[in-house]
Design a protein around this ligand. Structure first.
Ligand SMILES: O=P(O)(O)OC[C@H]1O[C@](O)(COP(=O)(O)O)[C@@H](O)[C@@H]1O
Ligand SMILES: [Mg+2]
Ligand SMILES: [Mg+2]
Length: 342
């Protein structure tokens, strides 16, 4: 990836993208508001035990998951910042049952924002990287008070997507449909600086990321695929593989954007009613757009994630994303299994 010679702030990068006709003024300002909210969340995360922000909130979200204090704080920060941002018609969060239109009394715009305010929250209390994932859609024409149904657009309709990782450094990864770029938070200056232009995911990899403890609950083709990875060079894949699992999707995807790999959260029969663990609108779609923009691939094991027509705001999907050839290989195991007679 080419290094950047001159420090370029996120603001300057976005102005250049606006001049090039890649973003509207409204979208530029909306991304700036999200980035500012991420800075605030980064400060809260960084306080750790000193800030009293660790531990459970004692509440559950709409998904029936126990919320961490920081899940609630991050959600509130994003809501507050964006309600006054002036560029949105509505927003939706993994932590809220329904989407929220921006009330009349606030300045409003034509975009819809969806977010996972804090991804990987099981890692907060052990001081491992967590992050924020976001996705931007257009509000359908003529709609002034968007409802859940207006957010149900395929991932290929996203106009921007990104995530922020709160790790050893705070980094913002962004696409507005013209490549994927990395910005690192300069903590002294308080601004995001472009540190990697045009990130690319190598086509091939020898590294996979999966929660192996679920293996016995997977479908047959998924078990076969991983068995073949583990046999390594003596098996049909003809090479040895390494494994990583951080259990924060943002951090696992960030590694893949940086050095390649494949990330898989397949369907499992622990809870057969759930079509997957990860959420289409807040996790799978934005990450799939980023990965595709960086030259990788993303499927649900059978079809391209960005082509899925959502039918629920909190819809879950299996996720296979990363290095193109490896995602194609894992997908092929499923499609060939589906084509078997009987
Ligand atoms: O604990 P598991 O089952 O391995 O799941 C880990 C996955 O769950 C997630 O933490 C789900 O995200 P949330 O923390 O936003 O619910 C992903 O970031 C991660 O990839
Ligand atoms: Mg998440
Ligand atoms: Mg979350």
């Amino acid at each position: 990836m080419p290094p950047v010679d001159q420090p370029i702030s996120l603001t300057r990068y976005l102005i250049e993208e606006q001049r090039a006709g890649h973003v509207s003024a409204d979208l530029r300002l909306l991304i700036e508001v999200v980035a500012r909210a991420c800075k605030t969340i980064s400060v809260a995360v960084g306080k750790g035990a000193l800030g009293g922000v660790l531990g459970d909130a004692g509440t559950g979200n709409v998904q029936g998951e126990a919320q961490k204090k920081l899940d609630v704080i991050a959600n509130d920060v994003l809501l507050e910042a964006n309600a006054w941002g002036g560029h949105l018609a509505g927003l939706a969060s993994e932590e809220m049952e329904h989407s929220q239109p921006i009330p009349d009394v606030y300045p409003r715009g034509n975009y819809l924002l969806l977010f996972d305010p804090l991804d990987g929250s099981s890692n907060i209390d052990v001081n491992v990287s967590v992050g924020t994932i976001f996705s931007v859609l257009r509000c359908p024409e003529g709609v002034t008070t968007p409802e859940d149904a207006h957010f149900l657009q395929a991932g290929c309709d996203q106009v921007a997507a990104g995530y922020c990782v709160y790790g050893p450094s705070t980094t913002l990864i962004l696409t507005v449909g013209h490549g994927v770029h990395q910005f690192t938070l300069d903590r002294e200056q308080g601004s995001f600086v472009l540190t990697t232009r045009s990130m690319t995911v190598p086509e091939e990899t020898k590294e996979f990321a999966i929660n192996m403890s679920n293996k016995r609950h997977w479908e047959a083709p998924m078990q076969q695929y991983v068995d073949d990875l583990l046999i390594g060079r003596e098996g049909p894949r003809g090479k040895d593989f390494n494994m990583r699992w951080i259990a924060s999707m943002v951090a696992d995807v960030h590694r893949i954007l940086t050095r390649g790999g494949v990330f898989i959260y397949p369907w499992d029969k622990k809870d057969p009613g759930k079509p997957g663990k990860l959420r289409l609108m807040y996790e799978a779609n934005p990450m799939s757009l980023l990965i595709e923009q960086a030259g990788g691939a993303a499927t649900n094991g059978r079809m391209r994630i960005l082509d899925i027509t959502p039918d629920q705001l909190h819809q879950r999907v299996p996720v296979f994303l990363g290095s193109k050839k490896e995602v194609e290989a894992a997908t092929r195991y499923h499609l060939e299994h589906d084509a078997l007679p009987g």
